[in-house]
Write a protein that binds this ligand. Structure first.
Ligand code: CDP
Length: 230
């Protein structure tokens, strides 16, 4: 499979915290592809907004955001320590900071701003020019790469997703409660699915993967099996 696989685009979309990035990263590693976490790009813009008082009391000041858009430089750079493509914001590696719950709690309204999406989608198109990528997000199979050769739509039960994200954040030492994570998972799904711009939808030709009762190894096997059929 992997040895003869032509360079294709693999699009993985789905609900929050269902394991998309973990599977996507591992698939990319096995295929010698580039993994692109598009959610990290939206999170980096959100971090910029939080730091520059563009979000106040949970409300995004859209006019202010638009005046700052040219100053927001978001890009990936290889981290030689772990070979991950880390996300950078204006010269700073923000890979860890963008995962904080505070960023998760503000990202959806920022990602709903059309101009933010235009900016990030054009960067994502550039990254996909040579193909050989696995990109995960919300609109990859529907809007960013509607011609992707393989599309997967991942989901899982909300309580299971919340538990996984809770375990992940507490393992990193973040003080969070299961209840606030659960509320964020539900609210982000609702916001992402009902926004006007590129709402989260399963592409008609995407294959659904429900990871509720699958461990990481089983999820990986499932996707590799699909890839082997291309
Ligand atoms: O990893 P997790 O499921 O928590 O989310 P993420 O992939 O890091 O994405 C964070 C947020 O960015 C999502 O809740 C969406 O609001 C937004 N996003 C988007 O609008 N479009 C994408 N292609 C990727 C993320």
């Amino acid at each position: 499979m992997a040895a003869n696989l032509p360079n294709i685009i693999i699009a993985i979309d789905g609900h929050s915290s269902c394991g998309k990035s973990t599977v996507a990263r591992e698939i990319a590693r096995r295929l010698n592809y580039i993994f692109i976490d598009s959610g990290a790009m939206y999170r980096a813009v959100t971090l910029y907004c939080l730091r520059n008082a563009i979000i106040f009391n949970g409300i995004v000041d859209k006019q202010k955001l638009l005046t700052h858009l040219d100053a927001i430089k978001v890009y990936f750079q290889l981290n030689p320590q772990n070979q991950h493509n880390d996300i950078w914001l204006n010269g700073e590696n923000v890979e860890d900071e963008i995962r904080l719950l505070e960023v998760s709690q503000h990202v959806s309204p920022v990602a709903a701003v059309a101009e933010v999406r235009h900016l990030l989608v054009s960067l994502q198109h550039e990254m996909g020019l040579a193909k050989g990528i696995v990109m995960d997000g919300r609109d990859i199979g529907t809007v960013v790469f509607p011609n992707a050769e393989l599309k997967i739509f991942m989901t899982a039960r909300a309580d299971i997703r919340a538990q996984r994200r809770y375990d992940e954040l507490t393992a990193k030492g973040e003080k969070v409660s299961y209840e606030e994570i659960m509320a964020n998972v539900i609210e982000r799904d609702r916001y992402d699915e009902t926004r006007e711009q590129s709402p989260l939808r399963k592409a008609p030709d995407a294959v659904v993967l429900d990871t509720s009762f699958m461990n990481r190894e089983e999820q990986l096997e499932w996707v590799l099996n699909l890839v082997s059929k291309i």
